[in-house]
Structure formats: C-alpha cells, structure tokens
Design a binder for this molecule. Structure first.
Ligand code: URA
Length: 185
C-alpha cells in the first residue's frame, strides 16, 4: 500500500498533475468486501484529498448507510482518475489510461468481492467500453472473480431526483448480493 500510495502521490503521468492541490488516492477499509469507484475528484475532493467529500459525497454516504456500509468501517472508495479534471469535465481517455493502473493495484490489494461503479465513466472503464448506464445499471456480471455492477453517479441523482427510485433498487440489489456472498460487515 505504502509503495503504491507514494508512487501515486508523486505521479506526473498526465497533465492533470499540473493543476492538482492534492492527489485523491482513496479512502476506506483496505480489506473491504465492497468497493465503490467514481470517476475523478471534484473541487472539494481536490482541496481535501479525499474522495466524495463534496455534495455528491454527502449523498453517497447516505446511500451507503442504507445498505449498512460506512467509508470509515467496511467499504473502500476510489476513483478512475486521482487528480481533478479542470472545471469538473469528464476525465479524458488518455488521462484514464495513465491512471487506471493505480486503481487496478488498489483492487488487487483490497481484493473486494463486489465492485460498484458510480456512473457511466467508471462503468465504461471497468465493465465495458460501450456500457449504457440508463439501460444497464443494477445488472450484475462476474469479472475475474469479482461481482461488478453500476448505479447512477450521486451527482446525477442530485441533478435529477427522478432517478432516485431506480438507484434505490440498485442499492437493494447490492445489499442482496452482499448477503449472498457473505460479505463482512
Ligand atoms: N465525483 C467522483 O466521481 N469522485 C469523487 O471523488 C467526487 C465526485
């Protein structure tokens, strides 16, 4: 972990390193059974160095609470890119490629049973490049021994409350899978 985190904190593999305040490495339980992956840090995350601490993060914490998860206890939260894209734009393909190795190493160290992609960017990178979040959220697939799913990004749920009932169903499905796989709580 230490080696990985130090390498990530010193990273200059893409242009995002030039404008960052902090590398946002990840947070949570390092042997969690459930891992959540967002796309990249926003303004608050860049300032504080922790994923999902802005308004979307507050909502994510509430979503986690519904399924008995807590970032300080029993899940791990990371991002596809570790430095803030300017103006909160989507991380570009070359930026994602430069950074994804860190996430793969985090996944290898945590060894989660379940990965939940938050939003389409994470799902396209971790599940399938042509993943359609509106059509496929809540579905499950097994990849390299890990059960993968995606739900709407909390920012999307802040923008459009009509998506929330579907996201709630996704959460129940994650809870069910946690039970089935006897995930540690
Ligand atoms: N949005 C993300 O995708 N990740 C964060 O860490 C914060 C907001």
């Amino acid at each position: 972990w230490e080696e990985l985190e130090n390498a990530c904190r010193a990273c200059n593999r893409c242009g995002l390193c030039r404008r960052r305040t902090n590398v946002v490495f990840g947070v949570g339980c390092k042997d969690a059974d459930v891992m959540f992956v967002g796309e990249g840090p926003g303004e608050q995350e860049d300032l504080q160095g922790e994923p999902f601490v802005g308004p979307a993060g507050k909502l994510l914490d509430e979503m986690l609470c519904i399924i008995d998860l807590d970032r300080s206890k029993n899940c791990y939260i990371g991002n596809i890119v570790k430095c803030r894209p300017p103006g909160n734009r989507d991380p570009q393909e070359d930026e994602q490629e430069a950074c994804i190795g860190y996430l793969h190493n985090q996944i290898a160290l945590v060894r989660p049973k379940i990965i939940v992609c938050l939003g389409r960017i994470a799902a396209m990178k971790l599940i399938r490049p042509d993943y359609r979040i509106t059509r496929e959220h809540g579905q499950w697939m097994e990849k390299d021994g890990i059960w993968m799913t995606a739900t709407y990004h909390p920012s999307a749920l802040l923008r459009d409350v009509n998506k929330r009932p579907e996201a709630f169903e996704d959460l129940l499905s994650i809870r069910e899978m946690m039970r089935k796989l006897k995930c540690n709580m």
